[in-house]
Write a protein that binds this ligand. Structure first.
Ligand SMILES: [Fe+2]
Length: 297
């Protein structure tokens, strides 16, 4: 499907939602922080629909949000567009294992640079609404947290723009840093598709770098694609979703799309099989070590 056709389809869906707001209430689950049974609503929505949207997670005037936003604007600008082939036309900066405190330098490349807003990001992921939700979801507090900050532009061209499920199942908290609409890259989700993915691809899933698995994560049934809906929202909106729910980053036609994504996984859970090539390398290494060991007996 061409980008133009996808844009037209999304525009029609938004127009229908605007003309018939009740339809949006039925299909897109949006809640406010003062909703009754707030926690239960979040847990239930994640389980049943695979996502939930909190419209008033931050106000523009909240100190933490202001700080996160100003550093996002400073750190991710059109002047330092990423040369990384994985994020063409945009910028993606990553903080790996934010709370675990692992050294990220070894993994550094164009898309994984150490950021200068570590304190604010730690404060963000430790907010009860985020951290406690993740703990309840995983029934564990042994969690690994990675944070991705992105800037997308009309020139962005990367794999997250195609509908998919993530090859490594992850719970994500996606914070809109600016007002995001259909025109500047609203994120898209196909509700309740987490059930189809869970049944079709039971754990442990194939290795992350298995090419066939990558293709399968993007070859999706038509009804799932047809039900993708853009999520427009003001700056400060939080989308919580499990990545088994089919999703894609929206295309930017005008302006910019600024997002902070916090990724949560349970540390000790085996989600993917080991790569066969990696196993082979390990076997060769072990065999040569065994030979060396034997020759030194
Ligand atoms: Fe994804």
């Amino acid at each position: 499907m061409t980008n133009l056709l996808r844009y037209i389809i999304r525009k029609v869906k938004v127009t229908i939602n605007q003309k018939f707001p009740n339809i949006e209430k039925i299909f897109m689950l949006r809640i406010k922080k003062n909703s009754s049974n707030f926690k239960e609503l979040i847990d239930y929505s994640l389980l049943v629909f695979g996502y939930v949207i909190i419209d008033d997670f931050f106000c523009e005037s909240d100190d933490l949000f202001r700080s996160l936003k100003s550093k996002h604007l400073m750190d991710l600008s059109l002047n330092n567009l990423d040369q990384d082939n994985n994020y063409l036309g945009g910028v993606c900066k990553t903080f790996l294992d934010l709370i675990g405190g692992k050294d990220t330098k070894k993994k550094s490349n164009n898309s994984t640079r150490k950021l200068n807003n570590e304190i604010e990001l730690k404060e963000l992921v430790r907010l009860p609404l985020i951290y406690e939700t993740a703990k309840r979801f995983f029934h564990s507090d042994n969690l690994k947290i990675d944070v991705f900050q992105t800037l997308d532009t009309p020139n962005s061209n990367h794999s997250a723009q195609d509908p998919h499920f993530d090859r490594i199942p992850t719970l994500k908290f996606m914070l809109y840093v600016n007002d995001i609409s259909i025109d500047n890259g609203a994120f898209e989700l196909s509700a309740s598709t987490n059930h189809w993915v869970k049944r079709t691809f039971p754990l442990p899933r194939p290795a992350y770098d298995d090419l066939e698995y990558f293709k399968k994560s993007r070859e999706l049934p038509k009804p799932i694609i047809d039900n993708l809906k853009p999520i427009e929202g003001k700056a400060g909106t939080l989308i919580i979703f499990h990545t088994d729910t089919i999703h894609n980053q929206g295309l930017v036609n005008n302006g910019q799309c600024r997002i902070i994504r916090s990724h949560f996984r349970k540390k000790d859970e085996i989600l993917n099989k080991k790569n066969n090539f990696g196993n082979l390398k390990k076997l060769i290494k072990n065999t040569s070590q065994l030979k060396f060991f034997k020759s030194n007996l």
